[in-house]
Write a protein that binds this ligand. Structure first.
Ligand code: GMT
Length: 371
């Protein structure tokens, strides 16, 4: 198949999922064309059959807000005319699904498109009255719609009142690349230092400062270090809380990393304090590395963790620290959990089996409705 994939290129789950899909599909023999305003940060070089098309936006003085959605629709159309795309797959509804609809409408021949909903495109941005109606319209006009968790599919029906079928296809992880590290875990280290990790885009919804607060409780009771991976608006605030609580010296901010698997492989426990999380891709990546997760009980996180790790109330760092204790104090329990999370990632979320579900969906819609 000749597949066009549209995504955001920056740090953020939807761009990561789209780029990893592009890798997997191209390596599986498909011709894949990625479209975005920048080369996605996770996009690897040298993969055969994988191409990148940049979307250029002109900034005329008249435009206070350059219309990216129009430029993207035009680029999609150009790529289709040049290559003959069989199906477009757009990740994150806003504005990608609207651009896809526009490109398909402008197109003389016609192509089908799949929209994958990721989270904030429904729960935050999509619920903004300025965007609700076009988002609902584009969801209804898509040839197929998928959501990364059952929670998100239900939310989409509730927020937009859409009746159409929404396929739940979970996010996935490359279980060969994301492997448990060979190094010692906390109970095998001479100093018994516990290595905790949090990875996100440090936006308000991630509540990074609650992670730091939970860590401060933990660090008062045992030797511990917190690795913060990623970057975003709340970074300084989170580090300032670390100073106020006296644990800043034990926090390392590693910034955005291309190879987060190297950090996860040597970590003991992942902490997530999000206010909402439709899936929690970085937790799945941690699980694949044998790292259990303690997270707030929000959105679709329970679907990812299953009966592993621990879920705690939102906005309660002390409860999070308490829930983390068995993982950091009981070596036998820790080992059992570490094996369980790896098993779960391999059994339900490996790239091969999830990407196949998307391929089946493409096959189903290509040629339907005369496209
Ligand atoms: O809001 C973000 O964290 C970024 C956003 C994205 O689309 O880039 O992440 C969402 O999509 C990820 C990939 O499907 C999910 O793992 C995240 O849970 C989801 N974020 C939220 O729901 C807050």
């Amino acid at each position: 198949m000749r597949i066009g994939i549209v995504c955001y290129p920056t740090i953020g789950g939807s761009g990561v999922v789209a780029t990893e899909m592009a890798h997997s599909l191209a390596l599986g023999g498909h011709e894949v064309h990625l479209l975005s305003y920048d080369r996605p940060s996770r996009m690897r070089h040298g993969i055969p059959r994988l191409h990148f098309h940049q979307v250029q936006v002109s900034a005329y003085p008249l435009f206070r807000y350059p219309p990216y959605d129009l430029a993207l629709a035009t680029r999609m159309l150009e790529v289709h005319e040049e290559i003959g795309i069989d199906v477009f797959h757009v990740h994150y509804a806003i504005p990608h699904a609207i651009s896809a609809y526009l490109a398909r409408t402008m197109c003389g021949t016609c192509f089908p498109f799949v929209t994958t909903l990721h989270g904030t495109d429904i729960t935050v941005v999509g619920s903004d009255p300025a965007y609700t109606r076009p988002t609902k319209f584009a969801i209804e006009q898509s040839d197929a719609v998928t959501a990364v968790s059952k929670y998100l599919a239900d939310e989409t029906r509730a927020v937009f009142g859409v009746q159409r079928e929404i396929h739940v296809i979970p996010n996935f992880v490359d279980v060969d690349r994301y492997q448990p590290g060979k190094g010692p875990r906390w109970h095998q280290r001479a100093n018994q230092e516990r290595v905790l990790v949090h990875a996100s885009n440090f936006r308000a919804v991630k509540r990074t400062e609650d992670v730091v607060r939970a860590f401060a409780h933990i660090q008062r009771q045992m030797p511990a270090r917190l690795l913060l991976v990623g970057d975003g608006p709340d970074r300084e605030q989170a580090l300032t809380i670390g100073i106020e609580l006296g644990c800043r010296a034990s926090i390392e901010h590693l910034g955005a990393k291309d190879s987060i698997e190297e950090v996860l492989a040597d970590a003991d426990l992942f902490l997530s304090a999000s206010e909402t999380e439709s899936f929690g891709l970085s937790m799945l990546e941690a699980m694949s590395c044998g790292v259990p997760c303690v997270s707030t009980r929000v959105g679709g996180v329970a679907e990812v963790l299953g009966d592993t790790g621990a879920l705690t109330p939102f906005n309660n760092p002390e409860a999070m620290a308490l829930a983390a204790m068995p993982f950091l104090q009981d070596a036998a329990f820790y080992r059992q959990q570490s094996e369980a999370v790896r098993r779960r990632a391999v059994k339900y979320f490996s790239s091969a089996q999830v990407v196949e579900q998307y391929q089946n969906l493409y096959t189903k819609i290509i040629g339907r409705n005369g496209c």
